[in-house]
Write a protein that binds this ligand. Structure first.
Ligand code: SAH
Length: 215
């Protein structure tokens, strides 16, 4: 029998702390959420390893380090209203909810969204709202958001997302081509928009109106 709590603690120490994840709340959340439940049972033994894993519909759950890095980059204190584009397995949304956020998450594949919603309910994580649709246009009925996280690679920063961000808010988004992107932090200041380049990364594509074309 694998002791998943031991695997999780090892992941936090060896993959996150040692690589500069210093936000204690993020480290605690990553140590709490049972990542293995977000992948198929066949992958449970590998769920805490240092890489992404396949989920259904040819999509992936991001590497633990990337989830932690993006969560830390959001600079959360708890209580923020956060929009996530790309629910996937629901793991990143779970981390954000455990960080005390009110999470609005959009996924274009209905099957993934429903599966994630069912699991989140089962493990009793609260404050996540699910929607099936094209997240590249944001979620206008629920805007504005204090934070926006895009977990699929975008060709550019969608203007709709900037419009749906509160003043002082920030977007964390991978921007680039279909193969590789730069992880960017965009801060909506009162007068200027600041952009910071965090690192290189490789996400599955953001498809849709303001993403890559679907054909
Ligand atoms: N955050 C996820 C990983 C997401 S993988 C997790 O923690 O598991 C990226 C996801 O974005 C995929 O599930 C893909 O279907 C979805 N996606 C791509 N383009 C999208 C769009 N325009 N709107 C909503 N979801 C999208």
């Amino acid at each position: 029998m694998i002791d998943y709590e031991v695997s999780r603690n090892r992941m936090v120490n060896e993959q996150l702390k040692s690589r500069g994840i210093h936000d204690e709340r993020v480290l605690t959340a990553m140590g709490i959420v049972p990542r293995h439940l977000f992948v198929d049972q066949a992958f449970w033994p590998r769920a805490y390893e240092d890489h992404p894993l396949p989920i259904n519909q040819n999509q992936t759950i991001s590497q633990p380090y990337i989830v932690a890095l993006m969560s830390q980059a959001l600079e959360l204190n708890g209580g923020e209203k956060v929009l996530e584009i790309g629910t996937g397995s629901g793991y990143q949304a779970a981390i954000l909810a455990v960080l005390g956020c009110d999470v609005y998450t959009i996924e274009r594949h209905k099957e993934l969204s429903k599966k994630a919603e069912k699991l989140i309910k089962k493990i009793k994580i609260k404050n996540i709202h699910f929607k099936v649709g094209d997240g590249s246009m944001g979620w206008v009925e629920e805007a504005p958001f204090n934070r926006i996280i895009v977990t699929a690679g975008a060709p550019e920063i969608p203007g709709e997302l900037m419009n749906q961000l509160s003043p002082g808010g920030r977007i964390v988004i991978p921007v680039g081509n279909l193969a590789t992107q730069r992880l960017m932090i965009v801060i909506k200041g009162e007068k200027v928009i600041e952009k910071h380049d965090v690192c290189g990364c490789s996400f599955v594509p953001l498809l849709g109106d303001k993403g890559w074309s679907n054909d």
